[in-house]
Design a binder for this molecule. Structure first.
Ligand SMILES: O=C(O)C(=O)CO
Length: 264
């Protein structure tokens, strides 16, 4: 049985504002949700009424499994000025702590043409070692997410799970791991079993959507019983974020994955 966390940017939007979506998810039987950036500097996330969100989480006993770091774009472009990232990281950590959220999802942003890929990956290790030192003692884990460059994030540097694992090994902290998104990985044509075997215990979080189309499980071609079986066999026991664009009403879109996750 996996704990599922609907993404409140994309699901239960019928309910209204973010805090209303938490209540709608709880009413539908979910014990957790996830969200994108808390202050909404990166579209399509929008600013959140954090006190209202906190109240809804507390009132319903719903866990917030993950939030996105901000800002997420143009991260690697020289002159390598990452001061805004570090500043927003402190803000993100304070919000995560206030909301009881244990993970912040981080990315690579765009790479820079002309620089060797290896140099850029090693630069990411340096950036994230510094970030981990900065938030030392916070109890927050940073989960590095490779994203597909074929459909959703052209120009993004980190698109391969194995490269995110390379960066996580380099950062070498119990508070730094990899976000394995079944959708992004499938779009990249990766072999899920091989990627998870290579990642070992470095998987800090998992998200999903069907492919193609990034809709709910059942809307694309992936075999979800098989995918959850592979995930279970890999040893991952944490929550799974439902980060998909529903093609029908939210409550109906979750039916198949709930049934399969309960049995997995
Ligand atoms: O931006 C995306 O596509 C993501 O998967 C964020 O988690």
């Amino acid at each position: 049985m996996y704990q599922l966390a609907p993404n409140i940017e994309l699901l239960f939007t019928e309910a209204g504002d973010y805090h209303d979506r938490v209540r709608a998810a709880a009413a539908a039987g979910f014990t957790a949700v996830e969200m994108w950036g808390p202050t909404g500097v990166d579209a399509p996330a929008t600013p959140k009424n954090l006190p209202a969100l906190k109240a809804a989480l507390e009132e319903t006993g719903t866990a917030l499994t993950a939030q996105l770091s901000e800002p997420r774009t143009q991260f690697m472009i020289p002159p390598w000025d990452h001061s805004e990232f570090y500043r927003k990281l402190d803000e993100g950590v304070a919000i995560a702590q206030d909301l009881g959220c244990p993970r912040i999802v981080v990315g690579s942003g765009t790479g820079f043409g002309g620089w060797k890929r290896q140099v850029q990956l090693d630069k990411l290790i340096e950036i994230y070692q510094k970030a981990i030192a900065q938030i030392d003692g916070s109890g927050i884990t940073l989960a590095l997410e490779p994203v597909n460059v074929r459909v959703d994030h052209p120009g993004s540097l980190l698109d391969r799970t194995a490269e995110a694992v390379y960066v996580a090994r380099g950062v070498d902290s119990p508070f730094f791991g990899v976000l394995y998104d079944i959708y992004h990985s499938a779009v990249e044509g990766e072999d899920m079993e091989a990627e998870l075997a290579n990642a070992g215990d470095l998987i800090a979080y998992v998200q999903l959507a069907d492919a193609p189309g990034r809709g709910e499980p059942g809307s694309g071609d992936l075999d979800w019983a098989e995918r959850l079986g592979i995930l279970r066999a890999s040893g991952y026991e944490g929550p799974i974020g439902l980060e998909y664009y529903p093609t029908r009403e939210s409550a109906a879109s979750v039916a198949l994955i709930r049934e399969l996750a309960a049995a997995a």
